[in-house]
Design a protein around this ligand. Sequence first.
Ligand code: ZN
Ligand code: ZN
Length: 92
Amino acid sequence: MFCDNQQRARPKCGFCNEEVAKADEMVVERKPIHKNCFKCGACGEECKVGMSLAVQINEYGWFFFCGKHKLLSPGERVEAIQARGFQKKSKK
Ligand SMILES: [Zn+2]
Ligand SMILES: [Zn+2]
């Protein structure tokens, strides 16, 4: 007998790693993302699909950059997210 009690796993946000509810989901770079998480790592403005850049920054995880800030160099990106108070992700 099959039991259909199993809950289907919800996708996890590529940015904050929390589960993403369907109504709150958008897909960026093939990753599910909360709408609220799709913000520029440098200025906090909402990013627009097609205008923004998703970058993985060593030890900080994924960040998005708006049309203005996607032009920053890798070093400037790290400075910008540090300035906004993002911390390195500790690995377990
Ligand atoms: Zn999220
Ligand atoms: Zn920005």
